[in-house]
Design a protein around this ligand. Structure first.
Ligand code: SAM
Length: 299
């Protein structure tokens, strides 16, 4: 069991396997790493070894992210090489999912998060700078049919762009939930990077509206996030900004595409090298990174 100096249990690993992406979303934080730096990517064997070391130390869930993880030609092999985590999930833009969903399910992928900020073709092309929303919708359909569920649809709210579209998105997810919870709408507050201030939208306004009409509310352990049940739609809100609870309840640790352990999304000055280490050194590196964890936002 991995526990940091603040008594926070680390149960989730988020491993970025590439910085490459086939979209250029206007707001992207690139998981806190420089997206131009993509010369080095871990091999399947390195990903397998690092994942297994975390698994042996008690990590229960792994999320594979990027860049766009489905751009890796060996993505099926990567999933297939993973130890038996309770949950293996991927965060993807969904554009390449339609042709991969069945194969990924077969080798052990549990579920997917799909980024989809709008259902409008023109807005989608504008936000992503070149994406085709139809490919993403086909990806959602394929993930649903392959039972990569519950699918989470990640919507980053951008003021004046998609803040008026949440009802429509909720209607879209509802049609998949006639026979149980298969698709959840995850409304994400924009992390205000320099230059994005005009797009910032306080999602509490949206949350209040759904809280008032929800027939059920669940509070998740993870960051105390609330899920509201509105007819067949389920909607969850993620607020990372200035949120001391976000840090107080953080149970995640990250690995960068070039094999560095990253104790905090918002810092790059305390990375710990994990690549090419012998097994015992790898365990030491993980424990060192855990001890370097500290809340970024404090009360
Ligand atoms: N390519 C994959 C995708 O599109 O989901 C994975 C990488 S992407 C960086 C991971 C998640 O970060 C996406 O759900 C995206 O919406 C979110 N994200 C990126 N930049 C953000 C920002 N400035 N504020 C809030 N969320 C952001």
């Amino acid at each position: 069991m991995l526990i940091d100096r603040y008594g926070r249990r680390i149960t989730n690993l988020r491993i970025a396997i590439t910085n490459r992406c086939n979209l250029r979303c206007i707001y992207c934080h690139h998981e806190g790493v420089d997206f131009r730096d993509f010369n080095e990517e871990m091999s399947v064997r390195e990903i397998e070894r690092i994942s297994k070391a975390f698994f042996d130390l008690g990590i229960k869930k792994i999320k594979i992210t990027g860049g766009e993880p489905l751009l890796r030609k060996d993505i099926v092999e990567i999933i297939n090489s993973m130890p038996p985590f309770k949950e293996i999930s991927i965060t993807t833009n969904g554009t390449l999912l339609a042709k991969l969903a069945d194969e990924l399910k077969e080798v052990g992928l549990s579920r997917v998060n799909i980024s989809l900020d709008t259902l409008n073709e023109h807005k989608y092309r504008w936000i992503t700078r070149n994406g085709d929303v139809k490919k993403v919708i086909d990806g959602v359909e394929a993930a649903y049919n392959a039972d990569l569920t519950p699918i989470k649809l990640n919507v980053v709210v951008l003021n004046g762009v998609n803040n008026d579209e949440i009802d429509k998105m909720l209607e879209f997810v509802s049609k998949y939930n006639k026979h149980g919870v298969k698709v959840i709408l995850q409304v994400i507050e924009l992390l205000k990077l320099p230059g994005l201030e005009d797009y910032y939208f306080d999602i509490s306004e949206i949350e209040k509206k759904y809280a008032a009409i929800a027939k059920d509310v669940f509070v998740r352990v993870m960051h105390r996030r609330k899920q509201y049940v509105v007819d067949e739609g389920i909607i969850e809100f993620v607020k990372p900004l200035d949120n001391t609870e976000f840090c107080a309840n953080c149970n995640r640790i990250r690995v960068t595409p070039d094999g560095k352990i990253k104790p905090c999304l918002l810092r790059n000055d305390n990375l710990v090298d994990a690549k090419g280490l012998k097994d015992d050194e790898l365990v030491k590196a993980i424990k060192k990174a855990v001890l370097l964890r500290e809340p970024y936002f404090r009360s």
